[in-house]
Design a protein around this ligand. Structure first.
Ligand code: NAI
Length: 369
């Protein structure tokens, strides 16, 4: 019941309040046809929008269109529908679509100067009422926004990987983001059938800020000699959809190192095994080896031996602490939204009603468990 209610609350963010006018985006322009941009574009086309997809040249756009075609075929089955959907996804190497788009999402390399230059150009040619958004995971919105004549126009629309599977999208408010632009961004997110979570600009926003210390703790357990299978099994039994070690392998261990540096807090020592694996070029699923070895994308796991008492609580604790910090710092407006964000953004054991609800019910806060 609570998860249903939380979902309804998130859906409410995309609804018109009658004040900011009805925002009914029809045309999305995406810049950067990589892992994220390509999949965001495909998803929006599947949801009925006209999408123009820009990258540095056609060769960089082609793989995204191929990926989309395969996904549409699988999802729609009907050849005519596949054709119509593909017709809505338009390769646009010269970026003509910016002029007509209702929403422009930037998903290029994580490089501040490149993003600043791009937004200065976009602002000059986009429609005055278009929403201008970045998908950045780690750059400060404020540092990008100052490249615009009107920094208030920039908001964050932060998708998760894989786009087609993850229901949550964080809508990020920078220090100067315009309230109407934020509402329109949330209406767009709802329009493409995702759940918008309003968050304030802060390192890792909500979801990555709570996942990073949790994954670091899991890797520290491996450093102490606990088998990855046992670590993963402990939280699977707790109700998570994926163990933290397999999650790290899936995200990519190079990204896990970078995120750890940024989000694990000052002075935090990176897990030893993680650094060893990265130094040896074992970056997780994408290179076929990380904490696990992968065969056709599947990890070869030994059967987990018995899970030590208290291991699940130890692993979940840093996540719970991080959620509380995010609420205290105002990254999310209240505990309920934090629960919604962590359930829909990480898959946190839904039966608990979310981390804050779990804390309340188990009084873990007072270390009674
Ligand atoms: P990627 O490396 O797969 O793709 C980036 C694309 O941008 C490349 O195809 C590149 O040719 C293109 N590009 C670079 N400069 C350009 C320019 N000036 N004009 C047009 N195209 C340009 O990168 P990925 O992983 O898709 O990340 C993109 C953004 O999304 C980053 O800001 C990242 O922080 C963010 N993000 C990434 C997630 C992930 O799991 N990979 C998750 C959520 C956000």
């Amino acid at each position: 019941m609570r998860v249903y209610y939380l979902q309804e609350r998130l859906k409410g963010f995309g609804k018109s309040d009658g004040k900011s006018g009805d925002f009914a985006p029809k045309h999305l322009h995406v810049i950067g046809a990589g892992v994220m941009g390509g999949d965001i574009a495909a998803w929006a086309a599947l949801r009925g929008l006209t999408v123009t997809l820009q990258d540095q040249n056609v060769e960089r756009i082609a793989p995204a269109i191929q990926r989309a075609a395969a996904a549409f075929k699988k999802k729609l089955r009907d050849d005519t529908q596949v054709r119509f959907t593909l017709d809505r996804l338009i390769p646009d190497p010269s970026g003509q679509g910016v002029r007509q788009a209702d929403v422009v999402i930037e998903a290029i390399f994580e490089n501040l100067e490149a993003k600043r230059k791009l937004f200065a150009d976009i602002e000059r040619i986009a429609k005055p009422g278009a929403v201008l958004a970045t998908n950045t995971s780690s750059l400060r919105l404020e540092d990008i926004a100052t490249a615009l004549q009107n920094p208030a126009r920039l908001v964050g629309i932060h998708f998760f990987n894989p786009v087609a599977k993850m229901p949550l999208v964080e809508v990020v408010e920078g220090a100067s983001s315009d309230a109407v632009a934020l509402k329109q961004a949330m209406a767009f997110v709802r329009k493409i059938d995702k759940l918008a979570l309003p968050v304030k600009s802060a390192p890792g926003f909500l979801v990555n800020a709570v996942l990073a210390p949790y994954m670091q703790e899991a890797m520290r357990c491996v450093d102490e000699g606990i088998a990855p299978e046992v670590v993963d099994e402990a939280v699977l039994a707790f109700g998570m959809p994926l163990g933290p070690i397999e999650l790290a392998d899936t995200v990519g261990l190079d990204i896990a190192v970078a995120a750890g540096k940024e989000l694990a807090g000052e002075g935090a020592v990176p897990p030893k095994k993680l650094l060893e694996l990265v130094a040896a070029g074992h970056l997780g699923r994408k290179t076929g080896r990380g904490f696990y070895t992968y065969n056709q994308g599947k990890p070869a796991k030994q059967a987990a031996t018995s899970v030590p008492a208290g291991l699940a609580e130890r692993l979940v604790r840093p996540l719970l602490d991080a959620v509380q910090r995010c609420i205290e710092q105002g990254v999310v407006a209240d505990a309920e939204l934090a629960d919604a964000g962590v359930i829909f953004g990480t898959g946190f054991a839904p039966y608990t009603g979310g981390p804050m609800n779990y804390l309340k019910e188990h009084s873990l806060k007072e270390h009674k468990v």
